[in-house]
Design a binder for this molecule. Structure first.
Ligand SMILES: O=C(O)c1cc(=O)[nH]c(=O)n1[C@@H]1O[C@H](COP(=O)(O)O)[C@@H](O)[C@H]1O
Length: 271
């Protein structure tokens, strides 16, 4: 997907919501277990109920990989089912020597038709650039993650006085551009978004960590928005498991609408 198409969708839906399809067989209602592919049935109902209110879906690949070949089937069917105008993120956190990264890129961009893939920056430039060679596809590079372990390396002070995550942003922003490279910044790190915007004013940010992890949507929006919105804010569990009963899809819809309504306000206030 081209950047202009993503921005257009955000403006027309008045939403920068990304819904995480972190679908766990143990958490989906008993009534769906009778289907041949309960994971797909669940995702299908979630997509039907929420697609008007979000601009992206992010299946976390771990939830599918954990189920072996059946899980990959559910993932492929889910990807096919997502309406074409919606941005898709393979949350796989890949990255390896260049030759191997090229194969990961083919897996998600050629074999499956994902619009983007999350990539870890740890192995450096040649591990990331193979993902950037695909037209209208995006790399979403981990910069400052939402978990407590982000302190272990990402917040390490370097000799030049910068934190490691700042160095990651500065250096990697030259590998691609604001039309093929985004960054992950956790919603729990919202206070640092103003500083992050000084380094990368134009790039889109994928911001997970509102909902179940407690990040503030208002703080993220106030500190992180740029002239094109520049944000995709993800919520997974708080939407897809808003109810554990058969009304899971209507409850998911309600949660998605709540977030979209809040986003509408912030788009008019901070954009
Ligand atoms: O790359 C991610 O999406 C990601 C990065 C990060 O720093 N923190 C984070 O929670 N995530 C993912 O975002 C989703 C968050 O899920 P919830 O906490 O249920 O909303 C999960 O799929 C995580 O793997």
């Amino acid at each position: 997907m081209k950047r202009e198409e993503l921005v257009k969708q955000i403006k027309s839906k008045e939403s920068y919501l990304c819904i995480g399809l972190d679908t766990d067989l143990k958490k989906i209602p008993a009534s769906l277990q009778k289907f041949e592919d309960p994971i797909f049935e669940f995702n299908k109902r979630i997509i039907d109920a929420t697609h008007e209110y979000c601009v992206a879906y992010k299946p976390n690949i771990a939830f599918y990989e954990a189920m072996g070949s059946k899980g990959w089937d559910s993932l492929e069917k889910t990807l096919e089912y997502i309406p074409k105008e919606i941005f898709t993120i393979a949350d796989a956190k890949r990255g390896d020597i260049g030759n191997t990264s090229g194969l990961y890129a083919r897996a998600f961009f050629d074999n499956m038709n994902f619009g983007s893939v999350t990539v870890a920056p740890y192995m450096g430039e040649d591990s990331v650039t193979p993902f950037l060679e695909f037209k209208d596809k995006w790399v979403i590079l981990l910069a400052l993650t939402s978990n407590s372990g982000s302190k272990d390396f990402q917040m390490m002070k370097l000799e030049n006085g910068q934190y490691l995550y700042q160095e990651v942003l500065e250096k990697s922003s030259k590998w691609g551009n604001a039309s093929n490279l985004m960054y992950v910044v956790g919603a729990t790190q919202a206070t640092l978004l103003k500083d992050i915007r000084k380094i990368i004013p134009d790039h889109f940010l994928l911001v997970p960590g509102v909902g179940a992890q407690g990040g503030s949507l208002e703080e993220v929006s106030q500190n992180g928005m740029n002239k094109d919105c520049g944000l995709l804010v993800n919520a997974s569990r708080s939407i897809i498991y808003a109810s554990s009963g058969d009304d899971f899809n209507t409850k998911a819809k309600e949660e998605a609408i709540k977030l979209r309504d809040e986003m509408k306000v912030y788009l008019s206030k901070y954009l």
